[in-house]
Design a protein around this ligand. Structure first.
Ligand code: PHE
Length: 450
């Protein structure tokens, strides 16, 4: 007889609770912080075009695959594929994909927490010193001071990790669900408000050209490889994170519909973030290629110019924190669930083990902005290396694994019954043929182009 899962109580209370939590997982720093700066680094619209293309063509089918594998297996992300494989007389070595995913989750959580720590630092700054009336050089200085101080970064990184562990400790319904129900709607409102502010004081026209003009030469393989990673990162696919949320999903959750909602909201938030940032970049002659600091310099510049700027700043960083929080929960929960299920640990112990491991790893990322700034491998700091390998390599490879498994290993009747929609034949075709070819092509040529 199959042993009952140790985490049996874990189940979303309703269809909408699941959709909200999955959207919370998808929408995060990837959409608000990472998307605008990657777009700036890659010269604008070409990146946006490739991002949307990969999101729709490759990301959505994989998200569907992960959710259905999770709901079919109803177990932790590490065992899900191997258990299903054995059930259908296939090799249990599919577990390799799951293990790779676990590594990605830990790596991403480690740097995610460092960056989320910045948003807490800025929240604190907005409430204490404030940005109002500050000139661009002062705003630059605030950023430089934060980033140069390992002590400060460590404090904020630790605070964020504690917040993440805190929600995980409360469990699925009391922690994860309740957190997302409050945080997500608030995020959409404040982001829209910021777009209005940016349009009012910034230059919308050049921003729109920058975001949407099509230039053929903007599209390179190097840009494609980043756009692919970014598409997977924002959808939270390729590492078993969504698989875990799928395992908690009630039977009546319509998978294709949920996937659609998650994608549309994710894209809207990314575009709103772009529209909140680029009009200011052009207005204040800031550099679009600023990298990770982009948002932390452009937005405070706007906050400095508007009445009530400190309040708006505090609200924004609070919501950025919420967005990051609901995603970091999704990064940690699969690892916690796996430890509970496999090692029979209590939720409390498992949450602390995962939190401490990611926290310790995060210290490497945090130091790469100051003490270890010059410690580079192939011209990349530890932070960049960690983020790039996890995002641009492991997530696509993991995504490929989930697509192959759902498309070729699981019997048609199983996937059909999980997807239960008119889009099923289309999904199956894309998952079996287009996704593998697309991912391999971009990975291969993307690597050659570096
Ligand atoms: N989707 C999250 C974001 O955009 C990051 C994430 C990646 C979360 C992978 C879970 C798994 O910020």
């Amino acid at each position: 007889m199959k042993k009952p899962p140790a985490n049996q109580s874990a189940q979303w209370s309703s269809k909408w609770a699941f959709i909200l939590a999955a959207t919370g997982a998808a929408v995060g720093l990837g959409n608000i912080w990472r998307f605008p700066y990657l777009m700036g680094n890659h010269g604008g619209s070409g990146f946006l075009f490739l991002y949307l293309l990969f999101l729709c063509l490759l990301g959505l089918p994989i998200l569907t695959a992960e959710l259905l594998i999770g709901r079919e297996a109803r177990t932790n992300a590490i065992d899900a594929m191997s258990q299903l494989a054995v059930r259908h007389q296939r090799s249990r070595h599919w577990r390799v994909v799951s293990l790779l995913g676990a590594v990605a989750l830990l790596l991403i959580l480690s740097f995610y927490s460092v960056v989320s720590g910045w948003s807490i630092a800025y929240l604190y700054h907005a409430l204490s010193v404030g940005f109002h009336g500050q000139g661009p050089s002062q705003i630059q200085q605030t950023w430089q001071q934060l980033i140069a101080s390992p002590g400060q970064l460590l404090i904020w990184h630790s605070v964020f990790m504690l917040l993440t562990i805190g929600v995980i400790l409360l469990g699925v319904q009391k922690g994860l669900e309740r957190a997302t129900k409050i945080m997500m709607p608030a995020l959409y409102i404040i982001l829209t408000l910021l777009v209005f502010i940016a349009i009012h004081i910034g230059q919308l026209k050049p921003a729109l050209h920058y975001l949407f003009d099509f230039h053929r030469d903007n599209i390179t393989m190097h840009t494609a490889a980043s756009a692919l990673g970014q598409a997977f990162f924002t959808l939270a696919v390729g590492a078993g994170a969504m698989l875990t949320y799928g395992a908690y999903a009630p039977k009546d959750v319509p998978i294709p519909f949920s996937v659609g909602v998650i994608a549309v909201l994710g894209v809207i938030v990314a575009l709103l973030a772009g529209l909140a940032i680029f009009p200011l970049v052009f207005q204040f002659h800031l550099t679009a290629q600023a990298g990770p600091s982009l948002m932390f310099i452009t937005l405070p510049t706007a906050f400095a110019h508007i009445p009530g700027g400190n309040l708006v700043a505090a609200l924004f960083f609070l919501l950025l924190l919420f967005a990051a929080w609901t995603s970091s929960i999704n990064l940690a929960e699969p690892l916690v669930y796996a430890l509970i299920d496999k090692c029979r640990l209590s939720r409390t112990v498992a949450a602390w083990v995962v939190g401490l491991a990611a926290w310790a790893l995060g210290i490497g990322s945090l130091l790469s902005f100051n003490l270890w700034q010059h410690l580079t491998f192939f011209n990349h700091t530890l932070f960049e290396l960690n983020a790039n390998i996890a995002t641009n390599v492991i997530l696509p490879v993991g995504g490929l694994g989930y697509a192959l498994f759902a498309g070729w290993v699981l019997p048609k009747r199983v996937t059909q019954q999980q997807v239960r929609s008119a889009v099923y034949p289309f999904w199956r075709f894309v998952t079996r043929y287009i996704v593998p070819i697309g991912i391999l092509y971009v990975l291969f040529y993307g690597m050659l182009s570096k």
